[in-house]
Design a protein around this ligand. Structure first.
Ligand code: MN
Ligand code: MN
Length: 453
């Protein structure tokens, strides 16, 4: 179903399926506010679906469901296929990190009777969008003895929220003359965390009081924050959006929307011909770098581990398994925004409610950094989707020369596998509260399921 509106002539049954699927999606978004929490939620759902940790298997055989977790920030799930692994896999890949603010390593300070925490933004954020919002903290602190302490503040009604102040309009004459890229500077994105001075303590008494709260609640001291990873994200749950409830508004839909749809697709798959894989990676928003990003050899290592437990230790089997694979690099695409039509080419952009969107290429300027998928692979996908009446569309990330962006597609393509970007259109992408259409989330899930089946 190419370039057709999902809602036109829709059956009552399908309508209900779309809304039901999105209930699960919203629950996932509300729980998985960071990549660590996304891994935790994914593992929970995977276990329920019969997946086991890799080290729980002595040997692997067709039909086995297995997963690997890398440093709590990256999870890869497999269902072993009937065909030998070296004939290739069907891979779904998405990222579970999202733009946000991170606490600096030495975050806490006091200024003029108030306590603040310094942050460093992560990924592409419009900094002015992060002021005067209720914000929550999520993360971990590792103490010197190796103990891990989990931090979570701001999501429950009985917990406080944090936030970043902004000037009142009455006194913002100078500020309002600045341009949007710079009038809120990165160094001004400091969280307000307290204002009550500790009794008897004269110097930095407000900061001392905040530290006491952290010690009482978490058993940590100021120096422990050096070995912490604490993320600052918009506080609150995913909600229905629009009077007709046709959309979802939530933090972190780039790219947990594709992550969730891919995850459910593999969890519902049984005994595939080719090995099915779903990899959920970290660090996409800052270039897919690091041990838990798509550039890491972790993925390749897990394939080697699978082969090993199936009695294949030769290098060529690994190389063939990678090269013969097909992949949907599932990431979000910019949806045509009727308020800002000038940045999109109407004939070549994604629209909400038109289903899963294929980006043959992403990149900037002359397709710089793009994977540029093979036409024969696109033809294969067209047939696959049309055979199951799955709604799909094609798009580019905005007009030529309007800007650009990238995904993990090119990274996996270097194994010489067939890769294309296939995701969900998003409105207000990278904003604290992003918007997707429920029909597109559902069609993406159907597409991923058809692909791994
Ligand atoms: Mn993305
Ligand atoms: Mn992004």
């Amino acid at each position: 179903m190419y370039q057709k509106n999902v809602w036109e002539g829709i059956s009552e049954e399908k309508k209900q399926a779309i809304f039901a699927f999105n209930e699960g999606y919203k629950a996932f978004l509300s729980a998985a506010k960071t990549e660590r929490l996304a891994v935790k939620e994914s593992e929970k759902l995977a276990k329920k679906a019969g997946f086991k940790r890799f080290d729980e298997y002595k040997k692997l055989a067709a039909g086995d469901k297995v997963y690997f977790i890398n440093r709590d920030k990256n999870i890869i799930l497999y269902i072993i296929g009937k065909k030998p692994l070296e004939e290739g896999m069907n891979v779904l890949g998405a990222h579970i990190d999202s733009p946000r603010l991170d606490l600096k390593q030495n975050p806490l300070y006091e200024c003029k009777g108030m306590a603040f925490m310094d942050t460093h933004y992560y990924g592409g954020v419009k900094k002015y969008q992060y002021v005067t919002l209720p914000l929550a903290l999520h993360g971990v602190v590792y103490k010197k003895d190796g103990t891990k302490v989990e931090i979570a503040v701001g999501e429950n009604d009985d917990e406080p929220v944090l936030g970043i102040n902004d000037l009142l309009p009455h006194l913002a004459q100078e500020q309002m003359k600045g341009n949007a890229a710079t009038f809120i500077e990165g160094e001004k994105l400091d969280l307000t965390v307290g204002s009550i001075p500790m009794e008897g303590d004269e110097k930095e008494a407000v900061k001392a009081n905040v530290l006491k709260i952290l010690t009482d609640k978490y058993g940590i001291d100021e120096e422990d924050l050096v070995s912490a990873e604490i993320e600052v994200v918009p506080a609150g749950k995913a909600r229905d959006f629009g009077l007709d409830r046709s959309m979802v508004m939530s933090y972190g839909q780039d790219d947990r929307v594709c992550a969730y749809a891919s995850l459910i697709a593999i969890l519902e798959t049984e005994a595939p011909e080719y090995t099915a894989c779903c990899e959920l990676v970290d660090k996409e928003e800052i270039g897919s770098v690091g041990a838990t990003g798509a550039h890491s050899v972790f993925f390749e290592n897990t394939v080697a581990e699978l082969l090993n437990k199936m009695g294949r230790t030769d290098y060529i089997a690994l190389k063939r398994a990678m090269e013969n694979s097909k992949m949907l690099s599932s990431d979000v695409s910019a949806a045509l925004d009727p308020l800002y039509p000038s940045v999109s080419d109407e004939n070549n952009c994604a629209k909400i409610n038109y289903g899963v969107v294929f980006n043959k290429y992403t990149g900037a300027r002359g397709k710089s950094g793009a994977n540029d998928a093979m036409p024969e692979f696109i033809a294969y996908l067209r047939k696959l989707l049309d055979d199951e009446d799955i709604y799909f569309q094609t798009g580019e990330l905005g007009k030529v020369d309007a800007g650009g962006g990238g995904t993990i597609a090119y990274i996996l393509a270097k194994y010489n596998m067939s890769v294309i970007d296939a995701g969900v259109p998003v409105l207000s992408m990278h904003a604290p509260w992003e918007v997707t259409a429920k029909a597109d989330v559902y069609e993406a899930y159907r597409c991923y399921k058809a692909f791994v089946k």
